[in-house]
Ligand binder design. Sequence first.
Ligand SMILES: [Zn+2]
Length: 311
Amino acid sequence: MSETWLNPTRCAICGGEGNASEIYPARLEREDLRPEIFSARRKPDGVHYRLVRCQSCGLVRSDPAADPRRLAEIYAESGFDYAGEVENLAATYGRYLRETVALGGGKGSLLEIGCGNGFFLEEALRQGFRDVRGIEPSADAIRAASPAIAPRIAPGVFRRGAFEPGTFDVICLFQVLDHLPDPARALEAACEMLKPGGLLLCLNHDVGAMSARVLGEKSPIVDVEHTFLFGKGTLRRLLESSGFRVERIGTAWNRCSLQYLLHLVPVADRLKKPWTRLADGWRLGRLSLWLPLGNLFGIARRSSPEARAGP
Ligand SMILES: [Zn+2]
């Protein structure tokens, strides 16, 4: 079985292969590389690649990992399965969009990379953006878009040349950066597509969050879908090395339902069942709370060419 179905990966900040210490050995079979395992909201199942930490910059990554072309195929076939949470997700992401706009981003045009069924594009329209666009690899997710939003979503994987340079005031990535095989290249491409002074907003898992540190390998963020796991420091370094000036990085607060919170708890279903039943019985399942759920957000501005030239 010397067949190579996984490839060595490079640190997205330092660019090098190797030079990393193992955090957890791999827990996956070749058969796990399929769309059902790569759907956003499946139950945490402990399937993950070997996880390592770069010895130079501390960035956590999967190594080795699936070929990016295979990943693109898997995401194209993956299902859209988080319709029940979109209202809360729109509220969460909308909160950070307001923070972004408050930093002086214009409300002309917005791009969301990995927009799912476009629920956040609708939120951006509600907040007064005039032109919203999305790009999304999952055909199933695009089929779930509303008729008004569907024509605004380009199918496929985000890459350089997907949109004209200097097009957008704001570009957003929600729970996307961790999944990309080459986040540095994607961010450089996004930087080019921003207008000068335009803003990038990202929200993703925080490997340094208390929940991640306490749960360790049992944390839902230790997952085969995640090629990289960022903390506040490594996200800052990645943004800075991709052409951005960081405006804000911090712990994100999520609005979520009690029901979804129970779904996330990494214990056996039989232990959760009484609580789930109780929550449903009292109609508490849909109750929404604002909580720090182990995510971080970053807002960064496209540096001017003079600033990037540096000393
Ligand atoms: Zn590194």
